[in-house]
Design a binder for this molecule. Structure first.
Ligand code: BV8
Length: 262
């Protein structure tokens, strides 16, 4: 039976202090306090008539390449304009502390941003790819692009076509994110599964637990009855399998956890 609390309880503090191999699955919520909208929030600007799930598909890109391409380039400019928040920093600090004690903290994220890395953490896997790199839809050749010139805080009033591929001259570029209906990168998924299976504490931070197969990864912790702790202001699809569900913002609660880990 899940135990809910609004701050770190003594038994969670004990789990944190004694943990040597921690696996953390993060979602859009950990970047919310940096100012990056989550997937549940309504879209704005050119995209206000669409949900993120409508836009993050091959069909949407094929149907209106400029609309989807511009959405991603604008999101990339927003991510570049914001900073990691105390939640990202707490995981980076905790990872460094555990490594100094020959332990490990593995971060597996559903996020396509680079805020974990910019906070100084190493990320074991980006399950849904990265918004910062691009490839040709036809020949899959990677393509280097200059940073987008959008104002991340002001959606653009019109859209731009995706650039043509310079390698094959047939295709256009797309972001290296995993769209709905596409397979997740096998290595990232396998590494995430192994990290969760070998952990002595599993954290699930800032995810609604809706998107599969990422949302099923925490269930692997149940194979060895590894303690499961969720950090989210709201209940999620995963709350009922958690041992503890901490109801609050990750920027605050993860900072409390790192204090307890010292
Ligand atoms: C696959 C990259 C199969 C793009 C993303 C029909 C056809 C095909 C597949 C399906 C189908 N029906 C269902 C599926 C499966 C589908 C799926 O799960 N759909 C859902 C909608 C039911 N999954 C897929 O399609 C996956 N692929 O299944 O392939 C296959 C098999 C064989 C052969 C071929 C294919 C691919 C899924 C990946 C999609 N790409 N992102 C982009 O970014 O644009 S997913 C995207 O949405 C994000 O990456 C993220 O993972 C997800 C949103 O989830 P969250 O991260 O949880 O974010 P969310 O907004 O939902 O929640 C935020 C949470 O934060 C909330 O709980 C909130 O309370 C909390 N929060 C807010 N503030 C804070 C906070 N928490 C802490 N602190 C705070 N301050």
């Amino acid at each position: 039976m899940v135990k809910e609390a609004e701050q770190i309880t003594d038994d969670v503090a004990e789990l944190v202090a004694s943990a040597h191999r921690v696996a953390v699955l993060t979602g859009a919520g950990i970047s919310a306090e940096s100012g990056v909208p989550t997937f549940r929030e309504a879209q704005t600007g050119l995209w206000e008539r669409f949900s993120a799930e409508d836009l993050a598909t091959v069909e949407a890109f094929e149907n209106d390449p400029a609309l989807v391409w511009t959405w991603y380039r604008w999101r990339q400019s927003l991510i570049q304009a914001v900073e990691p928040n105390p939640g990202h920093s707490a995981l980076a600090d905790w990872q460094a502390q555990l490594r100094a004690r020959q332990g490990e903290l593995s971060i597996v994220t559903q996020n396509v941003d680079d805020l974990h890395e910019r906070a100084g953490a190493e990320v074991l896997g980006h399950l849904h790819g990265s918004i910062f790199t691009h490839r040709c839809v036809e020949c899959a050749e990677p393509a280097e692009l200059p940073a987008p010139q959008y104002n991340g805080f002001e959606p653009p009033s019109d859209s731009e076509q995706p650039p043509a591929c310079l390698a094959c001259a047939h295709g256009v570029l797309r972001p290296n994110v995993v769209w709905f209906g596409e397979m997740l990168p096998a290595e990232a998924f396998e590494d995430a599964s192994a990290a969760i299976r070998s952990a002595d504490l599993v954290l699930v931070v800032g995810t609604s637990g809706i998107v599969q197969p990422a949302a099923s990864l925490p269930l692997l912790a149940m194979e060895r009855r590894t303690p499961l702790v969720e950090v989210n202001p709201e209940p999620t699809e995963l709350t009922e399998v958690m041992d503890y569900s901490l109801r609050g913002p990750s920027g605050t609660l993860l900072a409390q956890m790192v204090q307890a880990s010292r």
